[in-house]
Ligand binder design. Structure first.
Ligand SMILES: CC(C)(COP(=O)(O)OP(=O)(O)OC[C@H]1O[C@@H](n2cnc3c(N)ncnc32)[C@H](O)[C@@H]1OP(=O)(O)O)[C@@H](O)C(=O)NCCC(=O)NCCS
Length: 159
């Protein structure tokens, strides 16, 4: 698609390396999600466990700081959620989680990564823009507060 950005290789960094987390970590993931999101948008441990049990789903965790949950289906991948605790923000955790998810999705056979983000979420939009994501669609009034969702995507290296 012409709207997709050019390929930019994800770069893994050394500090606080994200590690794979399975369903046994769902309570820790829920605690981080509750710190990162307002009450109406929080995902509980049971919901996170169910998501993690979907084929192709994986979570990457920096304990006590943040996590990303994503899934790969055929040649497409999707970020389901990305959460960094307020005390850990602006120290590169979100960027490292995103880079690790991109690398794992590529290794899993994905050619393109998609995600949805509120048009009002300036922090996340800045993070995704810096990581090479570009707008490829919009869902009107998608969120409970009436804001639109932007559908962002980027190609993965090797595709
Ligand atoms: C969005 C979020 C994951 C960013 O995590 P983070 O660890 O603070 O991000 P990083 O430190 O890796 O930031 C990387 C870049 O993203 C951009 N960015 C991150 N937060 C920003 C902010 N509040 N304002 C502007 N730009 C921001 C900057 O370009 C930043 O680079 P810089 O710090 O060198 O300027 C975090 O704010 C969060 O969990 N928010 C609540 C949950 C959420 O909105 N998740 C995404 C849903 S789609």
């Amino acid at each position: 698609m012409s709207s997709l950005p050019r390929c930019v290789c994800p770069v893994a960094e050394e500090a606080s390396a994200p590690r794979l987390a399975g369903a046994e970590a769902s309570a820790a993931l829920a605690a981080l999600h509750a710190e990162a999101f307002p009450p109406a948008e929080r995902w509980g441990a049971d919901a996170l466990r169910l998501l993690l049990e979907m084929p192709g789903a994986f979570a990457l965790l920096v304990p006590g700081e943040g996590f990303v949950l994503a899934r790969v289906a055929a040649d497409e991948a999707e970020i389901l959620t990305l959460a960094v605790a307020p005390a850990a923000r602006r120290r590169g955790v979100g960027g490292r989680l995103l880079a690790a998810a991109l690398a794992r999705a590529l290794a899993g056979g994905a050619a393109t990564m998609f995600l949805e983000v509120s048009v009002a979420n300036e922090a996340a939009r800045a993070l995704y823009g810096a990581a090479g994501f570009a707008e490829s669609g919009r869902r009107r009034r998608y969120y409970a507060d009436g804001s639109d969702a932007l559908v962002l995507s980027r190609r993965l290296c090797g595709s």
